[in-house]
Ligand binder design. Structure first.
Ligand SMILES: Cc1ncc(C[n+]2csc(CCOP(=O)(O)OP(=O)(O)O)c2C)c(N)n1
Ligand SMILES: [Mg+2]
Length: 597
């Protein structure tokens, strides 16, 4: 039997070590699908409910395993559906390769059925590499490049393969003009800046009295070095959201998340420092960094095209975080005055007390902060967490304490709704032994999460550890946007756009054989988490949450809180009790921070 182009594509993916491809069928990739059949499903084709979900699953797989994610879809509509998931990968710098079909070559350009200009469609998302394979001899080169470029640049690449070509016999490039051979090995070492550049950075760190460090996902793998440098300099360390799992929140000088969803000690760290070191982060909101001119700043980043933005840095070191820090540490003197450090630590202690208090503020029926607070206390130390965009991202950022080998992510830069459930499906296919948790709003569940529960039901029995919990924040509201509207000069929310139809996520989950409970009583929450975490199958916790618990940003003043409350009273709620409670905890927080001053 001859080898077709489809056979060869799968063979080459296997050679690259690709084990899973997340996708959805269609006749634009029939040649690939029949090759899959012949190849006894190697690499494994994982069927999502929607191509966007397949792309998110590839992103989740890539984020949590550190390997390249691969997804596939048919021409036209299938390729179009992939787009949002691919943008999520591109914006969060995750390597994903998309392999899509196209109209047969004989019909291309003929406005044929399902013919879409895929080059133009993918031009932006796969800007680094997007190729249409027109003859067999382009392979393996174009596939190898798609994988190498996605990996090296941590981005999205796309291969478009016309349907007829997939079924033709494969012929390799020959030793001749106009042929491009290829090879697979990929061995490279991470870069370290020159000694003179490291000296410049060390001078700044040694001159400062109050050092702040901000880590992002680029610092993953450099936890030991960040810890050593923080000990030497007496620094506090804040974490950008994609770097939340870089350092344990049990370390007393880790101030947690930064930004609108961040913590008060991170805000104070940045407001009061005189020296800033940013490691592997592209955190965009410079208003949460020190005021310009107030701190001397250094950045370390692997990517010279992304460095130097976001703050007027004095030194920009291009290099791998761990290796650069290892070279920098011997040049840094230990700061003997530890007063800055001890101030940070007491801010952090106080913050966790505030969080505990906020979580236990009464609400109707359940305070969403309590959901995360209870979860955090119970999480296995090897948990994998995915938060969806929405209020869940706030509570994940602030209430979940990372420790052990936990991993956590969300759509950091695109901040799209929808990846929560598919991310953990991707994680389960890469790391099936680890317990996974998706923390998702009811809007995101209605958008697509509920459909992806069907994918979980289809596959869970083959996972070595079936624990996968989807916690739904059931508030019948697009709550994050509702709060944004309310905060906008006191605008009340627009009910027509914000209210969601009520439905039971637990009933749906149970109807497809998953474990499920509905929780409407905060006193039942602890048991509900226990049941979900020890279930013998994936579990949906349908938690009825109070939409009037405000996601208070760390820099909010009492006056702003009160203004928002006034807008609420004018607008769409008569929930004055909850609002008053929110203001009271905020006032307590502000009062307790002024006690020390
Ligand atoms: C695809 C997409 N559409 C719209 C938005 C804007 N948006 C951000 S959060 C949010 C509300 C999410 O509601 P839900 O999932 O119910 O979570 P909640 O905030 O209520 O907990 C919306 C509409 C977005 N980020 N992504
Ligand atoms: Mg909601």
């Amino acid at each position: 039997m001859s080898t077709t182009v489809g056979d060869y594509v799968l063979q080459r993916l296997r050679d690259w070590g690709v084990e899973k491809v997340f996708g959805y069928a269609g006749d634009g990739i029939n040649g690939l699908l029949s090759a899959w059949q012949k190849a006894e499903n190697q690499p494994r084709f994982i069927q999502a409910r929607h191509e966007e979900m397949a792309a998110f699953e590839a992103v989740g797989y890539a984020k949590f395993t550190g390997r390249v994610g691969v997804c596939t879809a048919t021409s036209g509509p299938g390729a179009i559906h992939l787009l949002n998931g691919l943008y999520d990968a591109k914006l969060d710098h995750v390597p994903v390769v998309a392999i899509v079909g196209q109209t047969a070559r004989s019909a291309m350009g003929g406005s044929y059925q399902q013919e879409v200009d895929l080059h133009t469609l993918f031009k932006d998302v796969a800007a680094e590499y997007c190729e249409t394979v027109m003859v067999a001899e382009q392979l393996p080169n174009v596939l190898d490049r798609a994988i190498r470029i996605a990996t090296a640049r941590r981005t999205v690449t796309a291969l478009i393969i016309p349907s007829d070509l997939q079924e033709l016999e494969y012929t390799a490039p020959s030793h001749a003009f106009k042929m491009v051979p290829s090879s697979m090995d990929l061995s490279w070492s991470a870069s370290v800046p020159d000694p003179e550049q490291l000296d410049r950075a060390a001078e700044i760190l040694n001159a400062g009295d109050r050092v702040a460090i901000l880590v992002g996902q680029g610092a993953r793998g450099a936890a030991a070095e960040v810890t050593e440098l923080a000990e030497l300099t007496g620094a506090g360390v804040a974490k950008a959201l994609l770097g939340k799992d870089v350092l344990s929140d049990e370390l007393p000088w880790v101030t947690g998340s930064i930004g609108l969803l961040g913590t008060r000690p991170s805000y104070e760290l940045m407001t009061d420092c005189d020296t800033l070191l940013v490691i592997g982060s592209n955190f965009p909101y410079s208003q949460f960094l020190p005021e310009f001119g107030k701190a001397r700043a250094i950045q370390i980043d692997l990517d010279p095209t992304m460095i130097g933005m976001r703050y007027p840095f004095e030194v920009n070191l291009v290099g791998d975080a761990a290796r650069t820090l290892r070279a920098l540490i011997p040049l840094v003197r230990r700061k003997e005055d530890r007063s800055w450090r001890s101030g940070i630590e007491s801010n952090v202690t106080r913050w966790w007390e505030v969080m505990e208090r906020r979580a236990h503020t009464s609400a109707d029926p359940i305070n969403p902060e309590l959901v995360f607070h209870e979860l955090s206390a119970r999480l296995p130390s090897d948990a994998i967490l995915a938060a969806d965009s929405g209020s869940a991202a706030n509570w994940y950022a602030r209430h979940v304490k990372i420790r052990g080998t936990m991993r956590g992510s969300l759509s950091g830069t695109l901040a799209t709704m929808g990846p929560g459930v598919p991310y953990v499906i991707g994680a389960k296919f890469g790391l099936p032994d680890r317990p996974c948790y998706a923390l998702v709003g009811d809007g995101a569940m209605q958008m697509n999460g509920i459909n992806e529960l069907i994918t979980i039901a289809k596959y869970w029995q083959e996972w070595t550890d079936p624990r996968l919990v989807v916690a739904v924040l059931h508030n019948n509201d697009l709550n994050q946007v509702t709060w944004e509207l309310r905060a906008m000069g006191g605008t009340p929310s627009f009910i027509e756009s914000q209210a969601l139809p009520d439905t039971s996520y637990a009933d749906f989950a149970a109807s497809i054989g998953l474990g499920a409970i509905t929780v409407t009583d905060p006193d039942r929450l602890e048991d509900a988490w226990r049941e979900a975490l020890s279930a013998d199958r994936p579990f949906v916790l349908d938690v009825h949450c109070d939409p009037d618990v405000p996601p208070i940003p760390p820099h909010a003043t009492l006056e702003q809180m009160t203004d928002t409350a006034k807008a609420l009273i004018k607008g769409d709620t008569n929930r004055w009790g909850v609002i008053r409670e929110g203001i009271r905890t905020k006032a307590q927080e502000l009062l307790s921070s002024s006690d020390d001053e």
